[in-house]
Design a protein around this ligand. Structure first.
Ligand code: ADP
Ligand code: X2W
Length: 281
């Protein structure tokens, strides 16, 4: 999460809450039908309240290029002009979201596919132009999410599946990073549920050596994170992911895990899984 996206809201955690998993999947999992199949099956097998958040940046880039629209990303964030907004609306809100919902239904999860505009669940602010004009990109703020509305949907038996689209309340859809949406939902819903946020991607977790799957770092605190950044052990997409993850931990989310989508089943069997974030000792 960059600074302008930071969710500064501090939730009031209550004792004895019901548990909730908020699980985000990224573009590399979505792009691999076998991995996606296994992930959605394991997601269905988890007990309790659940919310799925999906990205799909890789698919959007491919579809845009097929349509002759060049993808432009700055610090991992897509410059979203009006043509690109049309593409991401079709890809995130349509193609990916509806396929995921259909697959979840097959496994028995009564999923309901959503953008932030549906039910006014996530209202964002169009990112102000500073040095870069990101176009139709939405930043989430502390009043973006009303946890009671989302809770009502879950209490009625539905499992929300959010894509990476929000709205500004004035009729405009906005493209919003899926990692940030997952973190903001987790912070907001922590006021009602004991919330665990899980980022699933294609690697075992945060690795000491990105080319060695056996080099999993089992736990990271903010101090350790700073060292890993200086040593350039963590870079590219993992930086905003961890920024979002530490924001969630600091704002009342019970646990945050970053791990491989194939290993989600470990959670049900109480086996260790991925990299767990912690506060400074
Ligand atoms: N130390 C690290 N361990 C694991 N992945 C890392 C590390 N440093 C950078 N990365 C990169 O971060 C990427 C995950 O970020 P991103 O592509 O934004 O995820 P997602 O697919 O969930 O959107 C990995 O594919 C990997 O290339
Ligand atoms: C503003 C912005 O950058 N939005 C992201 C939303 C999709 C996303 O987050 O996808 P992954 O999780 O697969 O990376 C994008 O369009 O790429």
């Amino acid at each position: 999460m960059n600074k302008s996206e930071a969710v500064s809201v501090k939730s009031t955690q209550m004792e004895g809450n019901k548990s909730l998993y908020i699980i985000k999947i990224g573009g590399n999992v979505i792009d691999n039908s076998e991995n996606l199949y296994h992930f959605l099956k394991d997601f269905t097998a988890l007990d309790g309240y659940k919310i799925l958040v999906h990205g799909g940046g890789k698919v959007a880039t491919q579809v845009a290029e097929d349509m002759g629209i060049e993808a432009k990303l700055v610090d991992g964030r897509r410059i979203t002009d009006i043509e690109t907004l049309r593409v991401v609306t079709m890809v995130y809100g349509g193609l990916i979201n509806k396929n995921i919902v259909a697959q979840l239904q097959r496994f028995g999860t009564n999923a309901i596919g959503l953008t932030g505009a549906d039910g006014n669940f996530i209202q964002a602010i169009k990112r102000p132009v500073k040095t870069i004009d990101y176009g139709f990109v939405g930043d989430i703020h502390e009043k973006s999410i009303n946890p009671d509305n989302i809770s009502r949907l879950m209490e009625a038996g539905f499992t929300p599946a959010f894509c990476a689209l929000t709205h500004d309340g004035e009729g405009q859809l906005l493209n919003t990073n899926a990692d940030t949406i997952a973190s903001a939902l987790a912070v907001s819903l922590s006021s009602l549920y004991d919330t665990t946020l899980i980022y699933c991607f294609e690697k075992k977790g945060v690795l000491q050596d990105i080319d060695d799957e056996d080099s999993l770092i089992r736990e990271i605190n903010p101090e350790h994170y700073e060292e890993l950044k200086i040593k350039k052990i963590i870079h590219s997409g993992m930086l905003p992911k961890l920024d979002n993850a530490f924001t969630a931990i600091a704002c009342g989310v019970k646990a945050v895990i970053i791990g491989k989508s194939d290993d989600l089943g470990n959670l049900k069997n109480n086996k260790p899984f991925g990299t767990r974030l912690s506060k400074n000792a």
